[in-house]
Design a protein around this ligand. Structure first.
Ligand code: KG4
Ligand code: ZN
Length: 321
């Protein structure tokens, strides 16, 4: 079954064709990120206008790259929500029209659930060579992105139950806001990740609320601690690398601790991680190491599939249909 996925929830416009919910035949992503950078964040009106310009192009390219024609598609899948409404509506109208014109089913997919699914996808050619791709369910799903930080219980891919989430900022949002405080531009995650890695010893520490006794996260307090630290030390100066490192240490520690705790609580040895922050090198390293020590298997998507993409939408749609 060849499913065309369409993803337009924010500033990326993506089309992808995934075979049998697993093999990514093509995954084309266009982004309007550069148009937003001078404002330090996404401007919804600009994002939706760019979606309109890109949607046809990425879809045509996805078909060409997969070597398929429209007639060879079995279904169209689209991100239904959550996201910026002006951006979502472009993908939704496009996918509805295409499914109507081709007389094939339309599958509506939740963006956050699709992020969790991304770890199940494999590239063309490696579908048979990697048996570890079979990942046992039920699992705990962790999504850490620019808009969400949530924990799910996943019985199967048609049943996602949310049991923990952030009470304030999402993890990626905290990275972006701290980067803005430090004058590092947008998005903040990749640059903080890189700077943090250059620090070997650090005397700075920022507290990150453990939200003890809950499955929830809170990342706004640590962002404020970073702000106060930089204000206190403006005159004397401070090491941006060390601040980035201390911030990342705390955030990663909390995410690792709470996800492992969640697996124990839900009595599962499987953890699926997705979302932009899942690309973080320290989180990947630390979570794999600490979870393995507790007998928990962790699955991260490949780096490009951590970010917004349509392959995760087409992949999850296979199970929904
Ligand atoms: O999943 P995504 O592409 O879009 C949303 O659905 O939000 O995630 C984007 C977020 C941004 O906040 C960005 O700063 C963060 O992911 N991010 C990272 C890294 N790469 C991207 N955060 C930490 N470390 C990274 N390496
Ligand atoms: Zn996303």
């Amino acid at each position: 079954m060849n499913i065309l996925g369409i993803e337009t929830s924010c500033d990326e416009t993506s089309a992808s064709i995934v075979r049998n919910g697993r093999v990514v035949l093509s995954n084309i992503v266009a982004t309007s990120l550069k148009d937003h950078q001078k404002y330090g964040g996404i401007i919804p009106e600009i994002a939706s206008r760019r979606q309109l310009e890109f949607i046809n192009i990425v879809t045509t390219r996805a078909l060409t790259a997969a070597g398929l024609s429209l007639k060879q598609l079995d279904a169209v899948a689209v991100t239904e929500s959550p996201g910026l409404i002006g951006s979502l509506v472009v993908g939704r109208s496009f996918a509805h029209s295409l499914s109507f014109a081709l007389g094939i089913p339309l599958v509506k997919v939740n963006h956050i659930e699709a992020h969790v699914y991304a770890g199940y996808l494999s590239d063309k050619g490696d579908e048979r060579s990697d048996p570890s791709r079979e990942f046992p369910l039920p699992a705990v799903g962790l999504v850490v992105s620019g808009g969400h930080s949530s924990l799910f219980y996943i019985k199967d891919f048609t049943s996602f139950r949310i049991f923990g989430q952030t009470r304030d900022d999402a993890a990626g949002e905290a990275y972006d806001k701290v980067a803005r405080i430090l004058g590092l531009g947008y998005p903040g995650g990749p640059v903080i990740d890189k700077l943090a890695r250059s620090v070997k010893e650090n005397d700075i520490k920022f507290p990150c609320s453990p939200m003890a006794g809950t499955n929830d996260f809170s990342f706004s307090g640590i962002k404020t601690s970073v702000l106060y630290y930089t204000q206190r030390n403006t005159k004397t100066g401070f090491s941006v690398e060390k601040v980035a490192n201390a911030f990342q240490e705390s955030v990663v520690n909390i995410i690792v601790k709470k996800s492992i705790e969640a697996c124990h609580k839900k009595k599962t040895g499987s953890l699926l991680v997705g979302g932009g922050v899942a690309a973080n090198s320290s989180l990947r390293e630390r979570l794999l190491e600490q979870a393995a020590a507790e007998g928990i298997k962790v699955r991260f998507p490949s780096l490009p599939l951590c970010m917004d993409n349509a392959a995760m939408v087409a992949g999850l749609a296979y199970h929904l249909i």
